[in-house]
Design a protein. Structure first.
Lengths: 144, 79, 144, 79
């Protein structure tokens, strides 16, 4: 039921958050990340996301498995977009369904934080006056 | 032994290529590849780099095997 | 831009979460509450929500204003459904858009907790073997 | 003075009606309406009740005025 997917197509939020709704659930918390036009006064033109796809899929699955062990949740759905994204387009949707909302909030927040640390995807920000690959915070990645 | 190293994102731009094949002594570890890359590509010298072997994160002392698929990359920034 | 609405029609989640996307924002957190079929072993047939509508609209607006004072967020969208809801149907959507996700998570969690305490809406659970109006926790309601 | 009291949800079921109009002495406060309702509707006696006047929550000692629209209800349970 759970899924972690990569796509170059636009993401429909409801198709992620409501693809699976387990019968014991009453709440879904969804994080929807998208391209911000202004960061303070600096204007972004667009973003480009690139992944090491087979490893990203494995790391994504690991996150889902860990979240289901650590939180009282029933279902996790994650879709990350790759390629060029225009302003306002959705880069990621993480939906967590749970019997009760508190675990769903906690798990969703944990999943986005961990995803940004461990899943091999990189973001390039393209500004009017240049471009930069954003470097994440990779402290304490668990190694084999 | 031979290993293949993949590059993505900032790392591919710094290196100017998306893959690199090299021969290594039999007892090489992940850190040896990092040293070799930093020597070959000065752009990488002051960058924090992570290593995956066969799509798993590994520590610097992980022993490599013939045919391993490595990826060496700057800290990830998806989301 | 912000809105608090009551409706007897089915709620489309994306139409709430993406009706307004401010240009300084990069993350929206959405709570989507829906009718749970099983609570432990007890089976729900359907729910009925009833509101004191004019007061609910005022209390909803107050919550939004307070959230915008207390959290670094840009936009709040809330739609609550009324009437009879079948299993799996959405009773509430709360979406909070913010420049950064942490404030959006915190505000969304605060909003649902406060809404359940202060907005005059009541839920009736209809089971196979009877029905009950659910009583909330109304501790410390601020009075005029 | 006259005030009108609205009932919803569980309260409407307990009372068996959705509204109630009553005359009160000029110096009445919200708590007086609660007492009157508990006397008239025994079903309400052991229930926690909240009071709104003209669509605002009020405390028990809030003075009422002629024509006020009250709502008396059990703790809310939306969401």
């Amino acid at each position: 039921m759970d899924f972690f997917e990569l796509t170059t197509d636009p993401i429909d939020i409801t198709s992620v958050s409501r693809r699976v709704v387990p019968l014991e659930c009453g709440a879904t918390v969804t994080l929807d990340g998208y391209v911000r036009k202004f960061t303070k006064d600096r204007e972004t033109l667009h973003l480009v996301y690139e992944a090491y796809e087979p490893m990203a899929l494995k790391e994504g699955q690991k996150l889902i498995e860990q979240a289901k062990k650590d939180f009282e949740i029933s279902h996790v759905a994650i879709v990350h977009r790759l390629g060029k994204l225009e302003i306002g387009e959705t880069s990621i949707v993480i939906s967590v369904a749970a019997p009760h909302r508190k675990a769903a909030f906690a798990a969703c927040e944990w999943l986005i934080r961990e995803l940004k640390r461990t899943v091999p995807i990189w973001k390039k920000e393209v500004f009017a006056d240049g471009e930069v690959w954003v470097e994440g915070d990779a402290a304490d990645i668990k190694t084999a | 032994m031979k290993v293949n190293v993949l590059f993505f994102g900032a790392t591919a731009d710094l290196v100017g290529s998306r893959a690199f094949e090299t021969s290594l002594p039999e007892t090489s570890v992940a850190a040896d590849v990092i040293s070799l890359l930093r020597a070959k590509y000065p752009n990488l010298r002051d960058r924090k780099l992570l290593v995956a072997v066969n799509e798993q994160y590994v520590g610097e002392n992980t022993r490599l095997s013939n045919g391993d698929q490595l990826a060496v990359f700057t800290p990830v920034s998806g989301g």
